[in-house]
Ligand binder design. Structure first.
Ligand code: AMP
Length: 178
């Protein structure tokens, strides 16, 4: 699935060139595949942003709290003129617009969006850490990421294709449709 926004990526003088970033999507409430597809559309509608590629959808058992439905996960590759902090703000706004309620850690959610990678930049600020601190070792993040960008570099850790080797993918099911 490739979504390209009609919104212009033309740059204003002084504006930085677009950066390739990767966003992880997850949902286990209210028709999760539909939530993920909606979120792909919402990403494509962000200012100065286009969705270059989206992974397949993957069904995964919940991590941490087993007393909840399976998750559906995917990853989107975007090009964006937004800075990492602006992008995070937009991701939180999309989560909010899709009715995300944070009641318990690792609990069920209509939509979770995580900024995995922002170019090859490392960001460590209050409320924002990139690469996403919990992406390593998580098959439900790294498998869809490897599907669309095996060559992507996780700063300080290496290529996604190498990080994905030997991951435990038991219980993970690739869904036929996006
Ligand atoms: P969660 O709901 O568990 O995904 O946590 C969301 C919170 O994590 C947000 O309020 C962010 O401030 C913070 N956060 C820190 N780094 C990131 C990141 N790379 N992507 C998404 N959220 C992040």
């Amino acid at each position: 699935m490739t979504l390209v926004t009609r919104r212009s990526l033309r740059r204003r003088p002084g504006q930085a060139s677009p950066v390739t970033a990767f966003v992880a999507l997850g949902s286990n409430l209210d028709d999760p595949p539909e939530r993920i597809r909606h979120a792909f559309q919402a990403l494509a509608a962000l200012p100065g942003t286009r969705v270059v590629r989206t992974s397949s959808l993957y069904r995964n058992p919940p991590v941490g709290d087993p007393d909840q439905p399976d998750f559906v996960n995917a990853v989107a590759r975007i090009e964006t003129g937004l800075g990492p902090r602006e992008l995070l703000g937009e991701l939180l706004a999309i989560e909010g617009a899709q009715g995300r309620v944070r009641d318990r850690p690792n609990g069920p959610r209509t939509l979770d969006l995580d900024l995995l990678l922002y170019g090859e930049r490392t960001v460590r600020e209050p409320g924002l850490t990139v690469p996403h601190p919990r992406m390593l070792g998580r098959a439900f993040v790294l498998m869809p990421l490897a599907e669309i960008a095996p060559e992507a570099i996780v700063p300080g850790r290496g290529a996604v294709a190498d990080l994905v080797r030997n991951l435990d993918t038991s219980g993970m099911i690739k869904l036929a449709e996006k």
